[in-house]
Design a protein around this ligand. Structure first.
Ligand code: ARG
Length: 423
């Protein structure tokens, strides 16, 4: 008989097919006690009767944690202030949720004296990396099981058959071809017809937004208020972060805002096609950037653009719990000091249209910018400025004229457009 401790595994449980099958499979395979853990990040589906389901499936205990406020304040707002949009467009609802779920799972596991952690991510996605890098950072002493990487099931049907054979309660819903991950910051949808990037996203893939064609014919104007880069109100009503995001998801979804169709570069080296629905995230990123244009000093604004790309990559690539993020956050927090004010937007059939912006820290000076008689800009001073500013290039080009013999013009090979065939 082995004297090692019996296995006790904390499982990140969503209530869906994979994680339900996982509970039973892990407990059989490792003769383990299973602690099921679900974090509420604002997902609408599959959070009812989870405890009953988890226990019926074979878990000995179930923990449900409402993480929504922490998600907004400690994950979403930092990412918003950092302008973190992966590859320029994806607000990363899924990628931001993983480190918080990982941290929560670790906390429960330590409290429950677990020996291992387990998640239901596949072997070709980013999420396995995000979970496991976070686990390794927060609790390197715990083992990690990723059954979807090594179990025997080859398809959904295999899993359903196993569930039936083992009395695992699963919803007998009609076959949904999509893989969906949802939280308050957005919904990620892949698989089914979406796998051909030339296919337009089918309407039934979208979960919470209407198509621009079905959106109201009347536009809606909204004011978004920020204090030091954080959204604090909509239409002059103060709202806490969670309410504010929910409000904008509802308004934006109604106007067909925040549908994103993206072929993206995964960390594991493949390109994948995913669609996202993120009305609040799209509206808030848009408005926040416009307020920064008004309030950030030129060098800060332009330098921050580089940090935004790095910050987005850091989140996407599972490096949330890192000294690099703390360093970036220090920079971002400093930049946000003047980002207080109001942005007015018009929402109309899938479009976010900027109406106006104002701030007590605005650096826009109408007297300097105007072309009317109230202009205070010193036009004469430009002459000397241009002379000095251009002096280096002028000197360089004069040296070329003196030193470089004239070359024949270089011919560029072009492709014969008539020979290119698109299939
Ligand atoms: N591609 C996105 C990411 O890596 C979303 C992944 C989860 N998508 C899903 N449909 N389950 O962040």
């Amino acid at each position: 008989m082995s004297s090692s401790k019996p296995e006790k595994i904390a499982v990140a449980y969503s209530g869906g097919l994979d994680t339900s099958v996982m509970i039973k499979w892990l407990s059989d395979k490792y003769n383990a006690e299973i602690i099921a853990v679900t974090g509420n990040l604002g997902q609408k589906k599959e959070i009812e009767n989870l405890e009953e389901k988890a226990i019926q499936t074979g878990a000995s205990k179930f923990h449900f944690l409402d993480l929504r406020k922490e998600f907004v304040n400690s994950y979403i707002w930092p990412a918003l202030k950092a302008g973190a949009l992966y590859e320029g467009i994806y607000p990363m609802a899924t990628a931001l949720g993983r480190p918080l779920l990982a941290k929560t799972l670790v906390e429960v596991a330590l409290k429950e004296n677990c020996t291992a952690l387990s998640h239901g991510c596949t072997g070709k996605g980013n999420d396995q990396v995000r979970f496991e890098v976070a686990f390794a950072t927060l609790a390197p002493e715990l083992k990690v099981y990723a059954p979807l990487r090594d179990w025997e099931f080859k398809s959904r049907e295999d899993e359903i058959a196993y569930a039936h054979a083992n009395n695992i309660p699963i919803k007998a819903t009609k076959d949904n071809p999509y893989s969906i991950d949802e939280n308050i910051w957005g919904t990620s949808i892949e698989c089914g017809d979406l796998e051909d990037p030339m296919n337009p996203a089918p309407e039934d893939a979208y979960q919470s937004t209407v198509s621009p064609e079905k959106a109201p014919d009347e536009p809606q104007t909204i004011d978004i208020e920020f204090i030091q880069g954080e959204p604090v109100g909509v239409n002059h009503e103060n709202l806490d972060g969670l309410e504010l995001i929910e409000r904008l998801n509802a308004i934006g979804g109604k106007h067909g805002i925040g549908r994103i169709d993206l072929v993206e570069n995964r960390l594991v080296g493949i390109k994948s096609r995913e669609i996202y629905e993120a009305p609040a995230a799209s509206i808030l990123h848009f408005a926040h950037k416009e307020l920064e244009r008004l309030t950030l000093e030129k060098n800060v604004f332009q330098y921050k653009q580089n940090i935004e790309i790095d910050y987005a990559n850091l989140i996407y690539n599972g490096q949330w719990f890192s000294p690099m993020r703390s360093a970036f956050d220090a920079f971002i927090t400093e930049t946000q000091k003047p980002v207080t004010g109001l942005v007015q937007l018009k929402l109309y059939k899938g479009n976010i249209i900027l109406q106006g912006r104002k701030s007590p820290h605005s650096l826009y000076n109408e007297e300097l910018a105007t072309y009317t008689s109230s202009d205070t800009f010193n036009h004469k001073a430009s002459e000397g400025f241009i002379h000095i500013y251009g002096l280096g290039l002028k000197t360089f080009s004069q040296s070329l004229e003196r030193n470089v013999p004239k070359k024949k013009s270089i011919s560029v090979k072009t492709v014969d457009a008539k020979k290119v065939v698109f299939k």
